[in-house]
Design a protein around this ligand. Sequence first.
Ligand code: ADP
Ligand code: MG
Length: 912
Amino acid sequence: MATTASPPAAAEALLTDGSTVTIRPLRPGDHLAVLDLHAKRMSPGNQRLRFFAMSRRAPEASADRLCAPVREGFLALGAFSAIGLPEEQLLGVVEYDVDAQRPMVAEIAVAVADDRHHQGVGTLLIEHLVHAARNAGLLIFEADALAENQVMLKVFAALGLRVERHHTGPEVRVVVWLDESAEEYLTTVDERARSADVASLLPLLMPRSIAVVGVSARPGSVGHTVLVKIRQGHFEGPVWAVNPHAETVAGLACYPSVGQLPGVPDLAVVAVPADRVPDVAVDCGRLGVRALVVLTSGLDRHQSERLLDACRRHSMRLVGPNCLGIAQTDPAVRLDAQFGAVVAAAGSAGVAVQSGGVGIALMERLNALGIGVSSFVSLGDKYDVSGNDLLQWWENDQRTRLAILHLESFGSPRAFARTARRVARTMPVLTVDAGRSAAGRRGAASHTAAAATPTVTRQALFAQAGITATSGIGELLEAAALLHSQPLPGISGKVAVISNAGGIGVLAADACAEAGLVLPELPAPLMQRLIAELPQGSSAANPVDTTAAVDAQALAAAVDLLVESGTVDAVLLCLAPTALGTDPVQELLAAPARRTRPIAVVRLDQRTPVDYLTTHDGGRLPCYADPQSAARALAHAADRARWLAEVPAAVPRPEGIDRDAAEAMVAGFLSRHPEGGWLDPEVTAQLLHSYRIPLATSVWATGEHDAVEAAGRLALTGHEHRVVLKAYWPGQVHKSDLGAVRTGLHGRDAVRDAYRGFVRDFGERLTGVVVQPQATPGTELFAGMVQDQVFGPLVLFGMGGTAVDLLDDRAARLAPLSTVDIRTLLTSPHGSPLLFGYRGAPPADLDALEDLLARLSVLATDLPQLTDIDLNPVIASKDGITCVDARLRLEPRPAPDPYLRRLRRLPDPTQE
Ligand code: ADP
Ligand code: MG
């Protein structure tokens, strides 16, 4: 039983009303607060529901139990508001007590102050208790409640976990299964997280009043500029300026300090010098401000900590520091609180950027396109509000129809991939991925990590999460213009190109092929109908060449024929400027823009990379200056269509996994090596064994005699009775390059010679040898896992063996892998045909490979400290698979639990 897990650390989280609470284990010092909660802040009626009887002693006894020193099998958590401040309050408590007879089962109880019911305190406490209980190896919670305690019974029923009720007289016994893989639980936790998150962002993104703190009288300063912009933008509510040294700024009266404001602003925009920021934050918090946008940059670690601390204690959400500001174009608010030289036009793109400069560029170009912005947030250093928060806000916001993120890193990769996948169901989510190779940044220690996510793979991963990832801002806007104005294409990727200049049609056809689109041949009847419409000399193959003589009517008719033919999923119309009277697109614009299939237009004489043509009914057709841009935009749309059409598949849970054993090994290793590192061969073998990952029998030997003896035994199972000897020392990377691998050894003498060779070559360095049976020959593959900074855990698969780094033929999918993901991964590497019976060879054992990938996926999600798994090679033959070389790396940093709702902590500088 693992109930010895250390008590959880304090964590901050949001209640349903968006306020922040701290959840932490109770301690002896909390006795008074706990007693007060039970005796004074719960009505007699609620006390009876909690204790089943009216008893004077019950509150006292509860406080004694909950605040006792730490003891095994017992945990009590409290939810505090305004922690550490004079007005600190304990809102509720929850406890579990492990059943002495049944070590996987714990009795739980919850109590919440009367005036804090219906704010999600109980639910949040139970979620945190579930998290701690799982970490301690518990499987079941049981609770007794009076049948009339509907509030409590509803809380349990709505948890999202499997719950059973047993009625015995006036009491109900509730049984809750803490099942890990309960997708339903994750979904319900997400749901609660989202509504709390949106509530907490209201004062930030829909403020009713604003203060600008640090408004210098000097025009051109940051505070001054923002104040002027807010006023020019006709913000709907009161705006106050704080400056102790000036009477008025920009015609507005100044207040000397936050405490002296005539009202309590929802939002404060802070532009004071760095050393003043923490105090201003505290002042704002004391006054009751609910959100801060900190424009100031250059805060040191201490100042940063104090800033975030003030925000958490006083329930303020924080944007920044070091940001450009925010904008909200909702007519009920009209807030332009950013100092970029651009005013966001009201529209439908939600924009969140890390870098202010990119934000300005995006706003400008969205304005120019007429897409406009619904809300804009420059996240800056992202101490609190992150891309995830914004995604959830937009998901909830009626005005946002496109989500645009430009982020250099994601606070919580797992949460990001999850949220994005959900939001992308309702609107396009676009981001720029410049292929900066986030995984590569930390890759120095591991060749796996460095090779994990090259640009091609990252594209595939974004695609798997439903995100439209582009290589730059230009491409992002080009894709946005299409996604925003046109219906989605079908999933086939088939396109018809039609142009009034053959050469341009050819260029466009090439661009389409390069973007991964297909130009199918057109069926004969369609070609005949096209020819009938088009001028003499036209060609109706795909690309269709209308000749320069085509008139507007014929062109529109031809485009409509293609759109309605059902042969293609999109039409790309390319026009070279001619001097032949009317504009050839005119007739097309007379028809409604929204057809059943998307149309993209290319006009080589256009000055901007992408623009809209407006149809007579006010609809829009995206028009590009370059066929490549149009083709890429169409390809992004086709990817999105394909993603939306995917049916979610089941995630397999392979048999025989001993997670507890693996967790114990991880804990053991990390206590011996607190800084983490690569595992030695013995622990590696044990850990893989606990997930039944087929590692070749590997015997660890430290002397010649042991090695020869082990070889004698292993030869019995080796191919042609042969064995393999590998020299080992800590820190080695490529063994065979150094002559540390001897394969195909036959007989005692050969083994002895090999061993002596190692001693001669590696001397002192050698700590031992690994003896393995020679594997049945087969295809050498690579399989593995890496924790990516952007995407979270990835499972990798590809061609393996010692030449692998040269070929770099690997694919990756986001874990957890569904059955479909596993299939996709198996077939993704270029070399994968080798596995399916290439040139008459028997196919490899595909079931075993699928099982291996499923196990790696579970391992990756179960053990967040496992940062790299590198199985190379896995040798696959028709009779089975075996891994003969495995490297595993652990890091102490636990990845955030996706099941746990909590706010971010300051990024650890050592991890950046
Ligand atoms: P490294 O990758 O560090 O160079 P490996 O243990 O992967 O060392 O061994 C290198 C190569 O030796 C493998 O790619 C494989 O071809 C061969 N090899 C290693 N172990 C075995 C084995 N038990 N059976 C058959 N071939 C093996
Ligand atoms: Mg190897």
